[in-house]
Design a protein around this ligand. Structure first.
Ligand SMILES: [Zn+2]
Length: 480
């Protein structure tokens, strides 16, 4: 299938190290990008870091270094996730880079003039969220996300006239032109829009921003609200400023643009962002896929609980594929999930060591003994039943289930046919026919399992690429 596709993660703030919750998101997005590429789609996968936050200014002050030094250092930790989790991203955008500044300013400048106005404003602000809260959303002036007191902020800001977009947003979403998955999040967005939209602040004074951030076009005393500029990354990373070929191909003309985000930032992506794009006369995303939150051993991830798990430490301990596999198979894509090392070992041993790994090992051994040499694979093999249907809705766990089902069936066939008896009896014709059937099945698995466990998939594809089959190193040694 030809065509183009675009996939992105949200860009995390760099004021803390990447935790497992973001690992979930980047692995999900990578699985989508790899799947699109397997289907022959020319796919752009964007990830990056959000660096224009007030939080960075304050963290740098506390450490006695410049904001840029802090961002340079902390952004590295996020860039390290790419090799560390085998993420095949096309570009890592840093919102402190020139291309982003220029692109975000262009997006702003292209807004319809009637959508942006200046107003004196007093509000309750959470620096942690970089968001204003109403009394209803944050009773007693306490941030619901951070459980910390809000700050009173009083200044003149630019506002975006979101109220102009109420009907157009509902139409965009209810017509299915921009899909939202899962259904619970779709309902949340529609209810939010129907409850009545309010204009939102899109700038702050340069002084309050500590001089850090993107100047508002034509008003050097104001910088963009960090959310306005952060959302723009999805196109600035394609060099929107110059409307470069990448922007044309992967955004303007692309029929399949997906944002992968966490449930805490739904509103920004399904309401604010499409409205900003419409105001500037630009195409809106086609899909917003919203994952839940991860707990660790049943507890909320939090620095104060000391249970922040470094995904790269887990990958060192269990293997990159094992961590990716857990996040895609053992965590529901649509609901909150949990990461537990006991369960990690169970899932690894049951699915990877005993099922997939065992299958590959048995067929390698049988083939090598028999001197079996399959013909090279021609084109993409057929996907296991139900696989594409699951991937269309980003039900990664079910897509993996379809692969495991095929692997189970092949393991069972080995028990039924008992190829070692064919070998003992010298029944070469039947043995070769059977091995042909096995290799065909393994090739289907090795191809379509790539989005989930790309390392092991690549090894399997090499082992069964055609020509004499040789035993390779065990794919998934059992964890004791
Ligand atoms: Zn907060």
């Amino acid at each position: 299938m030809a065509g183009t596709a675009y996939v992105s993660t949200a860009i995390p703030y760099v004021n803390a190290k990447p935790h497992l919750g973001f690992a979930l998101e980047i692995v999900q997005a990578d699985a989508i990008a790899r799947y699109q590429r397997l289907r022959g789609r020319d796919t752009f996968f964007m990830t990056g870091s959000d660096e224009n936050s007030l939080k960075n200014v304050r963290a740098a002050e506390a450490e006695g270094i410049t904001t840029r030094e802090l961002c340079d250092r902390n952004s590295q930790a996020f860039q390290a996730l790419l090799p560390g989790l085998n993420i095949d991203a096309s570009y890592f955008i840093r919102t402190s880079e020139e291309m982003h500044f220029k692109g975000a300013q262009k997006l702003w400048a292209m807004s319809r003039p009637e959508d942006i106005y200046k107003k004196h404003y007093t509000g309750q602000y959470c620096v942690g969220c970089e968001e204003f809260y109403t009394e209803k959303e944050a009773p007693n002036g306490i941030c619901p996300e951070h459980e910390r007191p809000l700050e009173t902020v009083e200044e003149e800001n630019y506002f975006f006239r979101l109220t102009n977009y109420q009907d157009r947003l509902l139409d965009l979403i209810e017509s299915g032109k921009m899909r939202i998955l899962p259904a619970a999040r779709y309902n949340e967005t529609v209810a939010f829009i129907r409850s009545g939209l309010q204009d939102f602040s899109i700038s702050r004074s340069k002084q309050r921003a500590g001089g850090w951030g993107i100047p508002v076009p034509g008003d050097p005393e104001q910088v963009m609200y960090v959310w306005y500029d952060a959302l723009a990354n999805y196109i600035t990373g394609l060099d929107f400023e110059n409307e470069a070929p990448a922007y044309q191909k992967y955004w303007a003309d692309c029929p399949d643009k997906t944002h992968v985000i966490g449930k805490g930032i739904n509103r920004f992506h399904t309401v604010y962002w499409p409205a900003m794009l419409m105001s500037s006369g630009l195409p809106t995303p086609d899909m917003v896929f919203i994952h839940g939150y991860l707990t660790i051993e049943g507890m909320k991830i939090s620095k104060s609980l000391g249970n922040v798990i470094d995904p790269l430490v887990q990958a060192d301990k269990y293997g990159i594929d094992a961590v990716r596999y857990y996040l895609l198979r053992a965590v529901s894509p649509y609901a909150d999930g949990d990461y537990s090392e006991d369960r990690m070992r169970d899932v690894y041993n049951a699915d990877l060591a005993n099922n997939l790994g065992n299958l590959s090992r048995r067929v390698e051994t049988l083939s090598e003994k028999a001197g079996y040499a399959p013909a090279p694979l021609d084109g993409a093999p057929e996907a296991p039943e139900g696989f594409h249907e699951a991937m269309a809705d980003y039900r990664f766990n079910d897509a993996v289930g379809a692969i495991l089902g095929l692997s189970d069936a092949l393991n069972q066939r080995i028990e039924e046919v008992k190829p070692w008896e064919l070998q003992k009896a010298g029944n070469t014709a039947d043995l070769e026919a059977f091995l042909g059937e096995m290799v065909e099945g393994i090739r289907r698995i090795a191809y379509w399992v790539t989005p989930f466990i790309p390392g092991a998939a690549s090894q399997m594809r090499e082992t069964f690429a055609g020509g004499p089959v040789k035993r390779s190193k065990p794919l998934f040694p059992r964890i004791q």
